[in-house]
Design a protein. Structure first.
Length: 97
């Protein structure tokens, strides 16, 4: 979503105010027999903006897997979520908007 901050003649200066996935896109990502892992973090950029980032991850079946499901254990989910937050803070904390 873009919000108009200022109008200069025929030009509009906009500011970024968020992005959302549509319901059908989100539903196409979610699958049966898989684990969905969500993480969010508030990151301060170099130029002082605080940005809230959301990430969704899914488990994947291995190539030679026989079992129909591919669930992650709770400890694995915590490790994956911790790594996701770590990567988001590292990548988003070193850029400017």
């Amino acid at each position: 979503r873009l919000c108009i901050e200022e109008v200069q003649g025929r030009n509009c200066l906009t500011d970024f105010h968020g992005l959302t996935l549509t319901r059908d896109k989100l539903n196409s990502l979610v699958r049966k027999w898989h684990t969905m892992i969500e993480a969010h973090v508030d990151v301060k950029t170099i130029d002082g903006y605080v940005v809230r980032l959301f990430v969704i991850a899914f488990t994947k079946r291995r190539q030679d897997q026989v079992k129909t499901n591919c669930y992650a254990q709770t400890a694995q989910i915590r490790k994956i979520r911790k790594k996701m937050v770590e990567i988001m803070t590292k990548e988003a904390g070193t850029v400017q908007l």
